[in-house]
Design a protein around this ligand. Structure first.
Ligand code: PMV
Length: 360
């Protein structure tokens, strides 16, 4: 049985004075949603996501040994410029992970980070950002302990990313990642994300995700507040059980390639996530009128064309439009003629299933 103590390292075998690493990590889109958590970023239910390909954070970590290892010390650059308001989140992240990376106070770090997606697009960069930083920190730990196996490297990177932002643990690997213990998914764990361990039907090969930017503003409800609202939520227990059931359904759908069933599970999950927010106390509506316009237009288009296009939502108003690669032409024509008008400044991002973090 795995415990968190398994990621507390023994004495390192090597030393390093200074250097740098660079990793990119993608965003991910959940199909079964993580909403609600216990202490230490343990999810209240298992989730599964598609790792994306184009929406990424690219982070360079430069490090040099300090004279006195007394406190965390780092600079943060976002798109080449100092970014003070990201620092408290990194400080908190370092505090949480220090027990697993005891060298952190021994170095001064410069964290130089940028996203491929537009600044303030309403796309959360916490998953890709925390995953990219965790990968770099693991490269440094590997330099201190060169015998580390690849399995340990990636599992611990996901474990650390989780402590930065829960869903970030699903951004280390591709293409389909499960996070959270689920009875019928071998190797699934509350501590880190694992690659979906069974066959995936060709229907899901290069599955497309076009992200329609409906509202690019700051999130109305931070995910920390959102997860917290699931404590004492009247429907919480039923919802957590449903996530396990939906994961069972998806496991079967990934094997058979049944896209009609895929559409049902994915849209129901998105609406359930929003239903949880609407029925918590305090309550929130995170969809905008244009979110509903888009959903209705997708349903109409699906009915008329029989193309198995569907939507999913994060904790916000933007819509992820999911569809198989072989219908890209028709769906893009539909998006550019009928949906762009509902996007803020006509903006959308074309993405698809991807492979996870990459060393640069
Ligand atoms: O990782 P967090 O704490 O930002 O939570 C993410 C929650 C959702 O995006 C709404 C769902 C999910 O599983 O990604």
């Amino acid at each position: 049985m795995f415990t968190a103590a398994d990621f507390i390292p023994e004495k390192y075998t090597s030393t390093i004075e200074n250097g740098s690493f660079q990793w990119s990590a993608p965003s991910n889109i959940a199909l079964v949603k993580y909403w609600g958590k216990k202490e230490h970023q343990i999810p209240a239910n298992p989730s599964v996501s598609f790792t994306l390909k184009n929406c990424k954070t690219n982070t360079k970590l430069t490090f040099s040994k300090k004279e006195v290892p007394n406190a965390f010390s780092f600079n943060l650059l976002f798109e080449g410029k100092p970014k003070e308001d990201f620092k408290p989140k990194i400080q908190k992240f370092f505090e949480r992970i220090e027990v697993y990376l005891p060298f952190l106070k021994e170095f001064h770090f410069t964290i130089d980070t940028q996203n491929t997606f537009p600044h303030s697009s309403g796309i959360a960069s916490s998953a890709s950002g925390m995953a990219a930083l965790a990968m770099n920190l693991m490269s440094l730990e590997k330099a201190l302990h060169p015998k580390m196996t690849d399995d340990y490297f990636f599992q611990k990177a996901s474990f650390l990313a989780r402590l930065g932002s829960g869903s970030a643990c699903r951004s280390v690997k591709g293409k389909v990642v499960v996070w959270g213990n689920q009875a019928n998914i071998k190797g699934s764990s509350d501590w880190f994300g694992v690659e979906f361990p069974y066959a995936i039907h060709d229907n899901f090969k290069n599955y497309q995700d076009t992200i329609l930017l409906v509202d690019k503003g700051e999130k109305q409800v931070s995910s920390t507040v959102g997860h917290d609202l699931m404590h004492n939520h009247p429907y919480a227990e039923k919802r957590f059980a449903q996530a396990h059931e939906n994961l069972d359904l998806l496991k079967n759908i990934f094997e058979t390639g049944n896209l009609e069933e895929f559409v049902k599970v994915v849209e129901s999950e998105a609406l359930t996530l929003h239903a949880m927010m609407m029925t918590s106390m305090p309550y929130f509506i995170l969809m905008k009128p244009n979110t509903l316009e888009i959903i209705n237009a997708i349903w109409k288009f699906r009915n008329e064309t029989k193309i198995p296009i569907c939507f999913t939502l994060d904790a916000g108003a933007n819509v992820h439009v999911l569809y198989p690669e072989n219908s890209t032409k028709k769906v893009m024509q539909f998006i550019t003629t009928e949906l762009v008008d509902f996007c803020q400044n006509g903006q959308y991002i074309c993405d698809e299933i991807g492979d996870g973090a990459i060393a640069q």
